[in-house]
Design a protein around this ligand. Structure first.
Ligand SMILES: Nc1nc2c(ncn2[C@@H]2O[C@H](COP(=O)(O)OP(=O)(O)OP(=O)(O)O)[C@@H](O)[C@H]2O)c(=O)[nH]1
Ligand SMILES: [Mg+2]
Length: 480
């Protein structure tokens, strides 16, 4: 099969990918239209995982998307709300397509400033697909969504339409998200949390972001530093929302967007330096003062506020000696974008990849169900499912269905721990220095405990979860 989707510098190939790739080669070797199917499914395997950014209206979603991409492509004006789901994917040349509810795609022109005029009523749009060349997008495809708010049912419907398979549409019009970034600037409301769960995300592939951290609490003029305060509060929210998100990272998206899109110039740095002599309170009073009293024109002060907010204007003044470059470095370092990127790149990406592998196995399953060569395809799929390399895929699939159908089942916690571990010792909750013999013994004990539980399950979801755990512990007990 074609390997054209494989990233050039993939490095060491993940065992899950390797095993699925092998199964797709077997599928293609059956010939006929199965070559095309293998290529179609292979394209899913080799394209970057898709991460959806969701949250309340004006939480700063589009700003964060721009910051992560490093280009001002998503609309963020204070009055300009995002009204369609937009998928940002690595690709050249820079272009956009609108995907209609029936799966039909049409190219749409990019107007000045790179905004997209879709040219069809938004109710007919599944999503907009925007391609642009970007290093960040080579690792992760980002999906921006319209904000959630009690009064805008249409926005929630637009996101659900684009994200949930088979929701009033054909599968070809679904964006197939593998993970979520959930933004909130205070404790999210229950309807927002419910919404996220309806989309099928688990705490393993959902990252919480405490957004607008630069304005947290009473903001820059308050007694406490808003960024430090936000970091502390992020810890509190992470504990309260542990059933929804894996962790909560505080981020000042505006500062990161400005630092990473080249919007801040040396002239801005000089204007900022000219404001250095003023105390923070005086600084904001200046905006109402007689223009003659201002060291820089008033519209320049407004521009600075728009670029870096009140927190930036007050604190970046001490970092202007090296011009725009130094200011940008400082903005980036305090914005929280670095820690956010590393969580996205590690745990979120890891579970997104597993989630995506699960989708591929489901695609193969449905092919085995409908295709005339079903017997040969079934053999390939069942060998794949029982392969030790795919154990975490089965565990994640079991966890997802359990969270949808029976979230209070006792086995949820055990599944989560086994999946979260990045080593066998972590998965089993053992001391990292445990010798292999000890790990095998613990796995055998767990197998006995799981088998005892299979006698008294409450649901089919629990049965499936125990079967997945049995497979996982058996792999360890046998030392595979
Ligand atoms: N001070 C500050 N302002 C921010 C931050 N992030 C976003 N904003 C501002 O908040 C407003 C809304 O930001 P957007 O990124 O458009 O928010 P959104 O969630 O995409 O909004 P909708 O698409 O309308 O739901 C803009 O004026 C941003 O400049 C931040 O970290 N700090
Ligand atoms: Mg937006």
């Amino acid at each position: 099969m074609s390997t054209s989707h494989r990233p050039a510098a993939a490095g060491a190939v993940d065992p899950v990918h390797h095993r699925i790739d092998g199964a797709l080669h077997q599928l293609a070797s059956l010939g006929g239209d199965l070559v095309g199917h293998a290529n179609r499914i292979g394209a899913i395997l080799w394209s970057p995982p898709r991460v959806v950014v969701t949250g309340r209206l004006k939480a700063g979603k589009s700003t964060l998307v721009n910051a992560l991409i490093g280009a001002p492509v998503a609309e963020t004006a204070a009055l300009e709300a995002t009204n369609v789901v937009t998928v940002y994917e690595n690709g050249a040349p820079s272009r956009a397509e609108v995907v209609l509810l029936d799966g039909d795609r049409r190219p749409v022109p990019l107007s000045l400033g790179a905004t997209v005029d879709v040219g069809v009523p938004t109710a007919e749009v599944a999503y907009v697909q925007r391609y642009l060349p970007s290093h960040a997008l080579a690792r992760i495809t980002l999906v921006d969504t319209p904000g959630l708010a009690t009064l805008t049912v249409a926005n929630a419907a637009a996101t659900e339409r684009a994200l949930i398979d088979g929701f009033e549409q054909t599968r070809s019009a679904s964006v197939d998200a593998d993970a979520a970034v959930f933004l909130f600037d205070s404790m999210p409301r229950t309807d927002e949390v419910d919404f996220l769960q309806r989309l099928g995300f688990t705490p393993l592939n959902t990252l919480g972001v405490l957004s607008r951290a630069d304005g947290f609490g009473r903001g820059v003029l308050g007694r406490r530093d808003p960024l430090g305060h936000a970091a502390e509060h992020a810890g509190v929210l992470a504990r309260r929302l542990s059933g929804t998100v894996g962790t909560v990272v505080p981020v000042a998206g505006l500062l990161a967007q400005t630092a990473h899109t080249g919007a801040f110039t040396d002239a801005d740095a000089r204007a900022l330096a000219a404001l250095d002599p003023f105390a923070p309170l005086e600084l904001f009073d200046l905006l109402d003062a007689d223009p003659g009293a201002l060291p820089v024109p008033r519209d320049v002060v407004w521009r600075l506020l728009e670029l870096i907010g009140e927190y930036g204007v007050v604190h970046a003044r001490g970092h202007t000696a090296g011009g725009a470059h130094q200011v940008n470095e400082w903005l980036s370092s305090v914005s929280g974008i670095g820690p956010l990127r590393s969580v996205l790149d590690q745990s979120v990406r890891r579970f997104a990849v597993l989630h995506r592998a699960g989708r591929i196995v489901s695609e193969l399953d449905s092919l085995a169900y409908t295709h005339p060569a079903r017997d040969s395809i079934r053999q390939i799929v069942s060998a794949l499912r029982t392969d030790p390399a795919l154990t975490p895929v089965g565990l994640l699939r079991a966890l997802r269905s359990l969270l949808q159908t029976d979230p209070a089942a006792p086995v949820v916690e055990e599944l989560t721990q086994v999946l979260r571990g990045t080593t066998i010792a972590e998965s089993l909750g053992c001391d990292p220095a445990s010798p292999p013999d000890r790990l095998r013994a613990v796995a055998r004990e767990r197998l006995v405990a799981v088998q005892a539980q299979t006698l008294s399950t409450r649901s089919a979801g629990e049965d499936a979860a125990l079967a997945a755990l049995t497979q996982a512990y058996t792999v360890v007990a046998r030392g595979q």
